[in-house]
Design a protein around this ligand. Structure first.
Ligand code: PLP
Length: 358
């Protein structure tokens, strides 16, 4: 009954997690109620919440100098919260533009801060990331913002930049897909609905020394330090999403952690890219060194066949392959929860489609 879901977000969730959630839906343990009907201040929820946080810290090997916050508002809210806290109209921040999301971050950032666009690959339709040797960095910038994985264009920067400015990264579509060196970043944020769990939760990893640089005139709900001080319970957190994220973290640990999942992700992505590159019918426009391992856009040689492709894919249980409305074509999002079998199914379908229509 369950299909192969290639949606970019909200995305597929590991099946064992959904099974467990189902078994706990009427009653969590012996609590006589589900987790989503409980006070966020209850000892039961407190334990669920802190276990999830601890597992997340262990998975990413997050150093003690960082805190992890479980917030709301999505990654989009962070587009404002970051400049509100760490810059001002008198100050400037550096932004790298590699796709739709890093561009959107600037639209919000501009309302609170001067923005220096370090480099942009928009003129090349975001088919690569600008060469770091050509970046126009501002030595006085309050922070440097970028999106290591552009979900729509499928463009990735696989190594953190080697710069002195505090680095802020939008990792919404790449978090937990591979190990990262958190110490290279001052702030990492990610909406949950791609690789963490259900929508409604946004995770922020923040270097504690950033709290001192924060703009204290903001209301508490907009201040990282206040969320930290209150263990992300300054107000009611998204309890159900937090609980489910905890289950995804346990699942990731049982799968062997991020080293193992990273190998699987690279294998999945390479398998699909290899087929696309060998095909005369499908193509991916992104420079090889900037290809995403999570979101793989591809186009058909004849875009008049797009709707037929999507229709027949659906008939074969392969859903949500339509590319972003701004880009057209196709996109396969293959987050952690997509097994290699799903990629094989997709390739088999693409081969058949190419044979019949190519
Ligand atoms: C999905 C996504 C966003 C937007 O996330 P919301 O939670 O909908 O605000 C921002 N940045 C990136 C890289 C994304 O993939």
């Amino acid at each position: 009954m369950r299909v192969r879901n290639f949606c970019a977000g909200p995305a597929a969730i590991p099946e064992p997690v959904l099974e467990e959630v189902r078994s706990e839906l009427l009653e969590w343990g012996n609590a006589g109620m589900s987790i989503m009907e409980m006070s966020h201040r209850s000892s039961i929820f407190d334990e669920v919440a802190s276990n999830a946080k601890q597992d997340f810290i262990e998975l990413l090997d997050i150093p003690d100098e960082y805190d992890v916050l479980f917030l709301q508002g999505g990654a989009t809210h962070q587009f404002s919260m970051v400049p509100l806290n760490f810059s001002s109209q008198e100050d400037s921040a550096d932004y790298l533009v590699t796709g739709a999301w890093s561009k959107k971050a600037i639209v919000e950032g501009q309302k609170y801060s001067k923005i220096n666009i370090v480099a942009s690959s928009e003129a090349d339709n975001f088919t690569h990331a600008p060469d770091s040797k050509l970046w126009n960095l501002d030595s006085n910038a309050k922070y440097f913002h970028y999106a290591p994985n552009e979900t729509i264009q499928g463009v990735a920067i696989h190594q953190p930049p080697d710069i002195d400015t505090p680095i802020v990264a939008d990792m919404s579509s790449v978090i937990l897909s591979e190990p990262i060196d958190v110490s290279k970043f001052s702030l990492i944020y990610a909406g949950a609905q791609k690789n963490i769990g259900p929508a409604g939760l946004t995770i922020v990893i923040i270097q504690k020394e950033m709290f001192e640089k924060e703009n204290s005139s903001n209301s508490n709900i907009l201040r990282y330090s206040q969320h930290s001080k209150n263990n992300s319970m300054l107000n009611t957190p998204p309890t159900f999403a937090w609980y489910m994220a905890g289950k995804v973290f346990k699942w990731l640990k049982s799968e062997g952690g991020l080293e193992v999942i990273c190998k699987k992700n690279h294998f999945k992505a390479n398998t699909l890219y290899q087929y696309i590159d060998e095909s005369n019918f499908f193509s991916n426009p992104v420079a090889v060194e900037n290809r995403s391992i999570m979101n793989i856009p591809f186009i058909l040689a004849d875009n008049n066949l797009d709707s037929l492709f999507i229709e027949q894919a659906e008939q074969n249980g392969l859903l949500n392959l339509k590319g972003h409305r701004s880009l057209g074509g196709m996109r396969a999002s293959i987050y952690n929860a997509m097994p290699i079998e799903g990629v094989h199914d997709l390739i088999e379908f693409m081969k058949d489609f190419e044979k019949t229509n190519g």
